[in-house]
Design a protein around this ligand. Structure first.
Ligand code: GRF
Length: 203
């Protein structure tokens, strides 16, 4: 399966996928990496792995619709079977969602539907949850609202309240990377279908 991965930051989820696709049995290849900004570690990781990259910055476009169209065109050109948003910090527009419906996989560092949005880790911590975690889901037109494929649980400790959630987010990312690699591999090898909000993967 052909994967396009979209990143906005450190790209540790991307790195986990780069490492996973090296195994021929994994059943996928990363054909390109896209970002909404340049100068990020995620793009360095892609370049180090010899992967084609592209950047579309919102501020380079007259409006959000133009940006969405440009991003959609760059991704479509790669003929992806799956698009993976791993730490991609922009909301994908309707054109993009329409172009890749049912084939966009996102990872979120909280147990959806709790704590959607860009601050899931610190929102959960501030709420006082005793467990949080991560969610791998398909992207629909909402924000972090698509059908859930897998979730991983991470305990919250008293110490987590002392460092603004840094240590907690790292523990979540450790679980998240493994969950994302597992799910993307299964989707790549087995395919999937969606019924209501349930994602069915054979085997
Ligand atoms: C991940 O925890 C992702 O869920 C969140 O931001 C983090 C990105 O990490 N949106 P990385 O860029 O993959 O290291």
């Amino acid at each position: 399966a052909r994967l396009v991965v979209l990143v906005s930051g450190s790209g540790t989820n991307l790195q986990a996928l780069i490492d996973a696709v090296a195994d021929r049995g994994y059943g996928a290849e990363i054909v390109a990496v896209g970002a909404d900004r340049s100068g990020i570690a995620g793009l360095e990781r892609a370049e180090r792995a010899g992967l084609p990259t592209f950047v579309h910055r919102v501020k380079d476009y007259p409006d959000r619709t133009a940006w969405d169209a440009a991003l959609t065109a760059s991704v479509r050109a790669q003929r992806p079977d799956l698009v993976v948003t791993a730490g991609f910090m922009k909301i994908l527009g309707p054109d993009f969602i329409a172009a890749f419906t049912g084939r966009i996989v996102n990872t979120h560092p909280a147990l959806l539907p709790s704590f959607p949005g860009a601050h899931g880790v610190t929102d959960a911590l501030a709420y006082g949850v005793r467990v949080t975690g991560c969610t791998v889901h398909l992207v629909d037109s909402g924000v972090d609202t698509g059908p859930i494929i897998a979730q991983g649980v991470v305990e919250v400790t008293d110490a987590d309240h002392a460092d603004g959630g840094e240590a907690l987010h790292e523990r979540i990312k450790t679980v998240e990377r493994q969950l994302l690699v597992d799910v993307v591999g299964r989707l790549a090898r087995e395919g999937h279908r969606i019924e209501d909000r349930k994602v069915w993967i054979p085997a």
